[in-house]
Structures are given as structure tokens and as C-alpha cells.
Design a protein around this ligand. Structure first.
Ligand SMILES: [Ca+2]
Length: 272
């Protein structure tokens, strides 16, 4: 039950893992679906199921938030509109584990993200979720409608996937499920090349410089809610000066102080 354990699946952003229904159809009044995920991507389909009647359930990441789209049925005349969409969480692309539990009884849903539970009722008048063929993890099925192709596949790790009592992770590991033939499914969590570092107001990261080089080069991504703060500071060798990158009222500024030249300060400002 940890990221080094046997229960982890790594999705490469291409592969999709279908769980096919034995009787081709799955009509449920109750559903319990739970899993954990970890990703650095802000977009991606975690799982999806749909039926020819028009029912669907899709859990996906959008702008690093979790979105559950659910439709238990609409009628032909359009007077019953079943589409329901609930968004929860934020900054979920932080490459930390997040847990999800979806418990449904008819139109009543409890959506739990990291122990924070949200209750809602689905729109429409229908109680049964009618899915056909399969529920897919990590992306949409390839035979899906053209409109679904715009949705990105999930890239990252999932752990302890349980769909109505079926241990999907275990079935996949025992090769009882057949992943799509594009991309790779593996059973250990691949760490990304870049891992975010978190700073509070007092912490900092100090790295050694490269002596006797006349080039200074640095690049990084950052994300913050704070309008002000020091991003980077470095002294140049031989007391030549220093460089400072900060956020000032929401703008990034680069200050280069060169002590041995008369016009000794260069300021560059960008962003908002
Ligand atoms: Ca239905």
C-alpha cells in the first residue's frame, strides 16, 4: 500500500487500462470507486465509462482540479437533463499522493478527496448508472467518440484502484486485464525528472556555484500565491556583484548589481 509496493500502476500518458464487464452491460444502483493518484500533470482522464443510453461517468483532472462528470440518464425529449459536474480540490499536480472515494447510492453521491467529503445529488430523475462494455482507467477508450479525443490521458501513478469490489490494480498485475496496445503500463512509479520543492517563508535551498566560469545561467518554474518574495540570490565571485530575482507586486524582477562598473545596476521586470 505504498509507492514501492505491488499495488502501483504507472501510466505513461498513452496507455489506457480497460476493465471489461462480463455481461457487456453494467447496470448499478450503487457504486463505490476508490483509488489514489500522483501526477505532475494538470490535465488527464483518471477513469471513464459510458453507455449507449447516454449515461456516463468521467473523473478527470482539469487545471489541476478534480472534476467528476456524471449522467444517470436524460430522456429523448430533453426535459430530463442528467448531466452533473462537480469540481473539487486544487493544485493536484503536485506529485504527491491524493486519495479519492466515490460512493454513489442512486442520485446521492459522496465524493471524498483526501478525507474531505462533499455530498451532492445528480441532476435528472434516474437512479441507475448504465454502462456498456468497460470502464477505462488512465484515459478514454480508443473507440470513443471523436469529441472525447481532445481529453488527455492520465500520466502518473495510481494505487489501490478499486471498482465496486474489484481490485483493478491486482487484476492488471496478474495480467487479467488487457491494456491498450499503445504506450506502456508498468508496476512501479516512475519519478519525473523534475520534482517540485516547497518553500515556506523562512526556508531556502542553497546550491554550490561553479567556480571560475564567466557564465551565469539559471532556469526554474515556480508557482505561488504570494505577490512578493525573493526567488533567487547569488553573489558573483571576486566581489564582482550579485544577481537577485524577486517577485514584486506580482511582477518578476531581475536585478544584476555589478560593483566594479560605474553604471552598475541592471533591472529587468516582466510578467504580472
Ligand atoms: Ca441510467
Amino acid at each position: 500500500m505504498n509507492e514501492y509496493g505491488a499495488d502501483v500502476i504507472n501510466f505513461d500518458g498513452h496507455v489506457v487500462l480497460p476493465y471489461r464487464f462480463r455481461n457487456k452491460k453494467m447496470k448499478t444502483l450503487k457504486d463505490v470507486i476508490s483509488l489514489k493518484f500522483k501526477t505532475s500533470e494538470s490535465e488527464g482522464v483518471i477513469f471513464h465509462g459510458e453507455g449507449q443510453q447516454g449515461d456516463y461517468i468521467t473523473l478527470e483532472l482539469k487545471k489541476a482540479k478534480l472534476v467528476l462528470n456524471l449522467n444517470l440518464g436524460s430522456n429523448q425529449l430533453g426535459s430530463i437533463f442528467g448531466h452533473t459536474s462537480v469540481t473539487t480540490g486544487s493544485l493536484l499536480d503536485d506529485h504527491h499522493w491524493h486519495s479519492i472515494i466515490i460512493e454513489r447510492h442512486g442520485r446521492n453521491i459522496n465524493l471524498t478527496l483526501d478525507r474531505h467529503m462533499q455530498h451532492f445529488r445528480t441532476n435528472g430523475e434516474f437512479d441507475y448508472l448504465d454502462l456498456d462494455y468497460e470502464i477505462t482507467f488512465g484515459g478514454m477508450p480508443f473507440s470513443g467518440k471523436p469529441s472525447s479525443n481532445s481529453r488527455k490521458n492520465f500520466k502518473g501513478c495510481m494505487e489501490s484502484i478499486n471498482y465496486n469490489g474489484n481490485n483493478i490494480t491486482d487484476l492488471a498485475k496478474r495480467k487479467k486485464l488487457e491494456p491498450s496496445n499503445v504506450g506502456n503500463l508498468s508496476f512501479s512509479c516512475v519519478e519525473p525528472h523534475t520534482v517540485p520543492v516547497f518553500f515556506n517563508a523562512t526556508s531556502y535551498l542553497e546550491v554550490p556555484g561553479r567556480p571560475s566560469q564567466d557564465l551565469f545561467s539559471v532556469s526554474f518554474f515556480f508557482r505561488t500565491w504570494n505577490p512578493n518574495g525573493l526567488l533567487l540570490f547569488s553573489n558573483f565571485a571576486d566581489e564582482l556583484g550579485n544577481v537577485e530575482i524577486d517577485i514584486n507586486e506580482g511582477k518578476v524582477s531581475v536585478h544584476i548589481n555589478v560593483t566594479q562598473v560605474k553604471r552598475n545596476r541592471i533591472d529587468i521586470s516582466s510578467g504580472n
